[in-house]
Write a protein that binds this ligand. Structure first.
Ligand code: 16G
Length: 242
């Protein structure tokens, strides 16, 4: 296959398709290097700028990764996240990864009016603010910032969240079985603080998620999370229309 100069499809986009086909057909394994920009330019009759544009795109999509001074390599496939009321721990284990959590900060303080409104709780009431770095096989994956009403979960401070799953603690220690939830997912750009924690460069694409979860009609958690877009994709089974 070659680049079609007469096609209305931009050349960088055609090259993206060609490279993806080649990676699939040649069954290139993860971490396999791909040819240099110059070689690809010569092979497909394209300028280095066009080749770089394609490689930048494939890197930001998580299909390839770069090692400065070494080259560009085939990336691992993204982790599929299901849209279910599952905990990070359950979700990662189900996919064969070892989940982890590192406490970044924990404190109790009054909830802001805006957050109170989203959670449907009294403005100024106390909430646990919990910030955790989530890992899969020790690799940073997401930052989760949870708000949990003290009135619903009073002594959460007694439990280590780096050793145990939050949802497990809620269920086993507080008898709170999450039975409803809603989640919003938006595309975002990583800010410098999160980029450092996630090992990304500033401005990398991320998935920003807001999850509200409930037990018996009471809001238990509002979590605002930043997931790496180069390592995650969302997957959902679709039911037929009624
Ligand atoms: C999920 C939830 C998060 C919750 C966490 C509990 C999203 C976006 N977030 O990651 O709200 O705090 O699970 O995980 O899905 P854990 O039980 O493993 O601590």
């Amino acid at each position: 296959m070659a680049i079609d100069s007469a096609s209305p499809v931009p050349k960088y986009s055609q090259l993206r398709e060609l490279l993806l086909d080649w990676i699939t057909e040649a069954r290139l394994p993860v971490d396999e290097p791909i040819p240099s920009e110059r070689e690809l330019g010569d092979r497909y009759g394209l300028s280095r700028m066009t080749v770089r544009q394609t490689l930048d795109l494939l890197v930001s999509e998580g299909k390839l990764y770069r090692v400065p001074g070494k080259g560009t390599f085939v990336a691992r496939p993204k982790i599929e996240m299901s849209l279910a009321l599952a905990s990070f721990t359950e979700d990662m284990r189900a996919r064969g990864y070892e989940p982890g959590a590192r406490d970044l900060s924990r404190r109790v303080g009054p909830v802001s009016s805006h957050t109170a409104q989203v959670m449907g709780i009294e403005p100024g009431s106390l909430v646990h603010h919990i910030e955790r770095l989530r890992t899969a096989d020790n690799e940073p994956m997401a930052i989760e910032r949870s708000n949990i009403p003290v009135s619903v979960v009073p002594d959460l401070d007694q439990y280590s969240l780096s050793r145990r799953s939050l949802y497990q603690i809620l269920e086993e220690e507080f008898g709170l079985l999450l039975d409803a939830g809603e989640q919003t997912i938006e595309a975002g750009i990583c800010d410098p603080t999160d980029a450092k924690l996630l090992g990304l460069s500033h401005g990398s694409p991320v998935l920003s998620m807001q999850r509200l979860s409930f037990s018996n009609g009471k809001c238990v958690e509002l979590a605002l999370s930043t997931y790496r877009a180069d390592r995650y994709q969302l997957h959902s089974q679709l039911d037929p229309r009624r």
